[in-house]
Structures are given as structure tokens and as C-alpha cells.
Design a protein around this ligand. Structure first.
Ligand SMILES: COc1cccc(CC(=N)NC(=O)c2cccnc2OC2CCNCC2)c1
Length: 389
């Protein structure tokens, strides 16, 4: 049976796709808290649950190393995500976070961390309903413990701990098709350092292209062209919040960011998230915003390089500057910061700039999912205003 576990869960089932008699919204009602399982699920006997305190340098190191050696690889197993410790602390400690949702599995004998899964609270709007959800991420089982069916029990355990906080929905992404995507996104890459990308096998030299012609093709100006383009600062949080809330209101699924959320998720943090805005030199009004997060990848088996420095498009709003020009300025500052590649999904209005700014299509897809919430018809990526880390 292909989806033995997921067919037991309150998620859209493949057999229900197209059944318009099923209402949009929660699939199962909340359970009275007294009826939520009070004790953790059973793990296979050699393993035990642990809560990972990301404030602890030692524990954060263990999580970092588990992910660095065992987390998601590309389809050709040439690259593996290498989230930094600062990034993990940022991603896992947003306003209102629960330490109990940072769940590890240790081997009882060695006390080694062998698996991990996380949730963070988020308010996600679906059409005109704002729903409290958990954003589930970083599900990782050590390579040597694969197909021991640890993932289903870890998913049940994080679900149980989310239920204990009276939250009944979740959002997550995966590179694989599970029951049932609310939308499927294509990812795109824009070369910033084409020579390195070709050296490490991330890109291939185009047909009838020389290396020098390729370097010239992707060359960018030394600095942004938009007047008033600058780094976001704390004083900008109210204006950026207004700009972003207004912009995201057009999408079917999007975060319901308040100022505390904007301060956490979008204020620049070195080597984690960069954000810029356009302040009109005449009126000092903040008219545009762009941001990207830093997610390096380990390069598996290359003599000259060990790390691919990648920027991932995050939230962008253009109300006066053309989005094409704003995103080109984002590429320019990413190149200035020595990123090798700028990645983006075809969500929101990204399709309007991808080809023109010389992004090339990636070789995979990213599927978005909601847990215990039915969307009547799958969305197009342009209807999705949610970027997960
Ligand atoms: C280049 O190094 C890689 C290392 C591991 C996997 C992949 C391919 C891949 N799976 N890429 C994405 O999922 C992806 C591509 C573009 C934008 N965001 C993405 O994923 C984000 C969001 C989901 N969580 C991982 C990071 C690439």
C-alpha cells in the first residue's frame, strides 16, 4: 500500500479529489483537550523522545549536525541542505513558539540524536478564514534508521503536542506527492556565480555557450538601480507590516502577519534573512519590499568547493517600482553578498519575472499541504502567498 500512514490521517484523500459535495474547511472537529492522548506515543524500544532546547548551544549543535548529515538532498544526491545554527534558532523561535514542539529522538544507549521534527505556531488565512496552525518542518531521520517507520510515529507525536495547545490544523511542504497537495510549485534558479555552479554540477554550460559568454550572460550591475532602495530597519516594521498585509490579502492561502511576526520574520538577521525596501526620496513613503533567506547546501563530492551559498526568495511587494526591477535589485544585492544562486518558487507573482531575469527551471517540484483542512479545488501557485523555510 502506497500511503498506508496518510490514508489514516485527516487530510484530503486522493479518492475524494473532485468530490464537490465535501465542504471546504476542517475535516475533523477539535477533540476536547481531556480526550487528547496525554502521554507520548511509543517509540521502538531502543529509542526515546527528547525535547530539543534550541537555546542550548550543545543541543543546537546536535540538531545542526543531524540535519547537516541526514536532511534533504536534491534528486541526484549532489547537494544537501545545510541550515545554519543561527537560521535554525530563527526558524524555530517565532513569537509564541512552543519548545515542546521541537521534538528529537535519541538512541537510549548512546544518547545520540537520531531524528527530529518541529512545529511552530502561525496564523494562516485560507480565503477569508484566519486559522491557527502549526507549520511543520525539519522532519529528519538518520540515514541509518530509514524505513524503520519512525516518521509516522514522529508525525503523530508532533500532532499530539500541537493538539495539546488546542491547535487542529497544520501546513507543510514536501518534494514528494502525498495525499493531497493543495498546490504544486516549480522551483527556479538564477545563476549569480555561473562558473562555480557549472564547476560543482549545479548547472551545465548551455549548448553553443562558452564559459566567458555564460559569465557575461549572468553579469549584474554593482549596485541596485532603484532610488531609495535600502536595508530594512526596526523603525520600518509598521510600514512594512501594512504593505505586506495588504499585498498578501490577494492570495487564497497566506500568513496573517502582525507587527511582531514581521519584526521576527523579516527584520534582517545576518546570514539568515535579508530584507530591503524602497523609501520614496520625495515622500519618504515605503512603496516596495523584497526579501530572501540564506540556506546553504553542502556540495557532496566536489574537490574544489564544499558549500553552495543559496538565497531563497521570501516575501516581495511592489506597489510603485516594477516587480521586475525590484527583483533585479534583489539579485544585485544577493550577488554583492557573494551568493552563488538565487532560488524562487513560481508562487505569488513570481512567474512575472522568472524568465525575464534569467531564472532557469529546477528539476523538481515542491508540494504544499494542509493537515485537517480541505481545500475544495487545488490552487494554482499564483494563488499561494505562503513561503515555508
Ligand atoms: C541545491 O541544494 C539542494 C539541496 C537539497 C534539495 C534541493 C532541491 C529542493 N528540494 N529544493 C527545494 O525544495 C526548494 C527549491 C526552491 C525554493 N525552496 C525550496 O525549498 C525550500 C522550502 C521547503 N523547505 C526546504 C527549502 C537542492
Amino acid at each position: 500500500k502506497k500511503h498506508k500512514f496518510w490514508e489514516t490521517q485527516p487530510v484530503g484523500q486522493f479518492k475524494d479529489v473532485g468530490d464537490s459535495s465535501l465542504p471546504e474547511g476542517p475535516i475533523e472537529p477539535p477533540t476536547p483537550l481531556s480526550e487528547v492522548k496525554q502521554e507520548p506515543y511509543n517509540l521502538p524500544s531502543p529509542y526515546e523522545w527528547t525535547t530539543c532546547d534550541m537555546d542550548s548551544e550543545e543541543t543546537c549543535n546536535e540538531v545542526y549536525n543531524l540535519l547537516k548529515n541526514n536532511y534533504v538532498e536534491d534528486d541526484e544526491n549532489m547537494f544537501r541542505f545545510n541550515y545554519s545554527k543561527e537560521f535554525l534558532r530563527w526558524a524555530l523561535r517565532p513569537p509564541g513558539y512552543y519548545r515542546s514542539w521541537h521534538i528529537g529522538v535519541r538512541a537510549k544507549a548512546s544518547k545520540k540524536l537520531v531524528a527530529f521534527i518541529t512545529g511552530v505556531p502561525a496564523r494562516i488565512r485560507v480565503r477569508d478564514e484566519v486559522v491557527k496552525m502549526a507549520e511543520i518542518n525539519f522532519l529528519c531521520v538518520h540515514k541509518k534508521l530509514r524505513s524503520k517507520r519512525l516518521a509516522p510515529v514522529m508525525i503523530k507525536e508532533v500532532t499530539r503536542r500541537v493538539h495539546l495547545e488546542n491547535i487542529w490544523q497544520a501546513a507543510y511542504t514536501a518534494g514528494v506527492v502525498l495525499p493531497t497537495p493543495i498546490t504544486t510549485c516549480q522551483y527556479w534558479h538564477r545563476s549569480l556565480n555561473p562558473k562555480k555552479l557549472i564547476d560543482v554540477g549545479f548547472s551545465r554550460l548551455g549548448a553553443r555557450m562558452t564559459m566567458s559568454r555564460t559569465i557575461k550572460l549572468y553579469r549584474l550591475p554593482d549596485s541596485p538601480v532603484t532610488p531609495g532602495f535600502r536595508k530594512m530597519e526596526l523603525r520600518d516594521v509598521p510600514a512594512v507590516s501594512r504593505l505586506l498585509r495588504n499585498y498578501l490579502s490577494q492570495f487564497v492561502v497566506a500568513p496573517d502577519f502582525d507587527e511582531d511576526d514581521v519584526e521576527h520574520w523579516l527584520l534582517p538577521t545576518d546570514s539568515v534573512v535579508d530584507s530591503f525596501l524602497v523609501e520614496s526620496p520625495q515622500t519618504h513613503e515605503i512603496t516596495d519590499f523584497c526579501s530572501f533567506y540564506t540556506l546553504p547546501s553542502s556540495i557532496l563530492g566536489n574537490q574544489n568547493y564544499s558549500t553552495l551559498k543559496a538565497a531563497y526568495s521570501y516575501y516581495n511587494v511592489a506597489t510603485k517600482t516594477p516587480l521586475l526591477q525590484l527583483m533585479n535589485d534583489a539579485l544585485i544585492v544577493a550577488r554583492q553578498k557573494d551568493f552563488d544562486v538565487f532560488n524562487a518558487l513560481d508562487v505569488m507573482e513570481n512567474q512575472s519575472f522568472l524568465k525575464e531575469l534569467k531564472f532557469g527551471p529546477g528539476d523538481g517540484q515542491l508540494h504544499y499541504y494542509l493537515y485537517n483542512y480541505r481545500i475544495r479545488n487545488a490552487l494554482t501557485p499564483t494563488e499561494l502567498g505562503l513561503v515555508l523555510l
